[in-house]
Design a binder for this molecule. Sequence first.
Ligand code: ZN
Ligand code: ZN
Length: 341
Amino acid sequence: MFAAHYVGDKSFDVQAGQSIKPSAGEVRLDVGFVGICGTDMHIYHGVMDARVSPPQIIGHEMSGIVAEVGDGVDNVAVGDHVVVRPLDYCLACPACDAGHSHVCQNLKFMGIDTPGAFQSSWTVKARTLHKLPANVSLKMGALVEPLAVACHDISRARVTAGEDVVVIGGGPIGQLVALVAKAKGANVMVSEVSETRRQFAEKNGVKTVDPVNEDINAVVNEWTGNKGADVVFEVSGVQPAVDVMTEIAAVRGRICMVAIHSQKPQVDLFKFFWKELELLGARVYEHQDFEQAISLIASGELDLAPFISSVNSIDHIGDAFASMDGNPSGMKALVSLHEEK
Ligand SMILES: [Zn+2]
Ligand SMILES: [Zn+2]
């Protein structure tokens, strides 16, 4: 087997390694495709070195084929096409006890805190696996994880058909949130500064607003007949978006915080009192979000092919990362670990 180790300073070292025989409850996977996520880009830029402790094998948006199963594994069999829900939870803390293992108080995120998917052979706990149906390719499978993030956001915000939804931030996750909201029957508008990304949203049948050159408050008011947005997703991570989210929310509106803000933002709490707003945090995903993501792709309800902006082999993992660096037209770069089937 071979693995790409992130060694710090925008660099990877691809080298031969030893595959790990699965212990009881574990499965060894032949990795198919791995997507590059915003978090991986942060790691690439060195800002998470303290947490990832390089050299580290990163990557967590993947698809693969079951190659070997350990004792007691009965949810998958050799040859199954699968994706990994990259959460390693303790099942012993109060959060896990309450059924919220995805926000376990001792949560380890695979591919950040522990070795990830940029390796041809990856050994993981069987409980992390979800099976892909035959009509979902391994390439599309690599998009299940980010789509599951969007499914979780939509379920946390309790989006229902007919509601007016504004997504602030049109990066990959914002675009997926918009599409899942649309699939739910909501009316959706994406606020995004990049013209390229606005065009991407429009091609997917989503309305857009340019928050720099347009008055977003006026645009949303006109669109909603002065009501405001029933649900606002903050997916951009910048202060101006936090200023806007409380402005454009309807009375009794819900605001869902998806972005990871690097600085503590200032939030207009007065608006929460005045309009009886609700604020909901949304982090990663639960089991059912992965299942929903897989069925949205399998049913053909969502066509995610336009999200794949490039596919590079693992030998060119550096090029794959460089292609995403500050490039608004890049939605998802995939790295392939095996010959395409
Ligand atoms: Zn991700
Ligand atoms: Zn726990």
